[in-house]
Design a binder for this molecule. Structure first.
Ligand code: NDP
Length: 241
């Protein structure tokens, strides 16, 4: 049985979530991994891990997975509300169904995730909530309109949670990456927007590795509970906006 506390990650089947699950596992933590592609998480074969097929739009499914993992490994000490999608497109061309999907996953999904552990952390007077935003939660990019809206939401919620939870010694960290090499672009259906994004990425010499984000989160988590990194914002050096 691992001696370090349980951590939980949504969107652990690829990209930044996968890298973060791997980093915490390598540091000796049991990990609850949640995403829809359970085969990908199981194939990682992390020790002391529990993989559950969870859609973050399903609040009860997250709560059930957390309860199951806590019964095996004790309370969740860090949860990374990371799952998200980017349906980038010129707003006048975009099918509003893509807005619905982004809003449901990137905003309500984050709230559903936080909800599963927040009361327990308040009771224990410790814990770390890590919320995935983006550089697009600080700056607006024209063909990211609704995506930016969802990420600005995460920033606002992180501020609100931090203000409320500070008195309970619960830490709230918001993560705001620039261009990271993951599968996130696979869900972009707008041909022009995808071409523009890729051209811009080439200009900046490509994105940076997901493990860089994961290591920063692990480093922030490892600080004493009375020390909080409020935000991690990192970009490729050549990403100028
Ligand atoms: P990936 O596409 O590689 O990973 C996205 C993860 O989210 C997958 O594990 C996916 O799992 C999961 N996911 C998506 N929808 C759901 C859902 N409904 N329920 C549960 N899990 C879901 O991309 P990234 O690693 O880049 O994305 C992770 C986060 O990082 C996102 O919130 C994204 O907005 C953010 N981000 C990414 C940046 C980048 O440049 N890559 C920059 C800034 C922020 P599955 O499909 O198996 O369910």
């Amino acid at each position: 049985m691992a001696e370090k506390p349980l951590v939980a990650v949504t969107g652990a089947s690829s990209g930044i979530g996968e890298a973060t699950a791997r980093a915490f596992s390598a540091a000796g933590h049991p990990v609850l991994m949640m995403a829809r592609r359970i085969e990908r998480m199981e194939a990682m074969g992390l020790p002391d891990s529990l993989c559950r097929r969870v859609d973050v739009r399903d609040r009860a499914a997250i709560a059930a997975a957390v309860a199951e993992a806590e019964a095996a490994y004790g309370p969740v000490d860090m949860i990374f509300a990371n799952a998200g999608i980017a349906r980038l497109a010129g707003i006048e061309r975009q099918d509003p169904a893509e807005w619905d999907e982004m809003i449901d996953i990137n905003t309500k999904g984050v709230m559903n995730t936080v909800h599963a552990v927040m009361s327990g952390m308040i009771e224990r007077k410790r814990g770390t909530l890590v919320l995935m935003s983006s550089i697009a939660g600080r700056k607006v990019y024209p063909d990211h309109t609704v995506y930016c809206g969802t990420k600005f939401f995460v920033h606002a919620v992180a501020e609100g949670l931090r203000a409320h939870l500070a008195a309970h010694d619960v830490r709230v960290l918001v993560v705001s990456p620039g261009v990271i090499e993951t599968e996130v672009l696979d869900s972009v259906t707008d041909v022009q927007t995808l071409a523009d994004y890729k051209a811009n990425k080439v200009k900046m010499g490509g994105g940076i590795g997901a493990e860089i984000v994961a290591d920063l989160i692990l480093g922030a988590y490892r600080l004493p509970q009375n020390a909080l990194v409020q935000e991690i914002c990192m970009t490729p050096t050549r990403q100028s906006y």
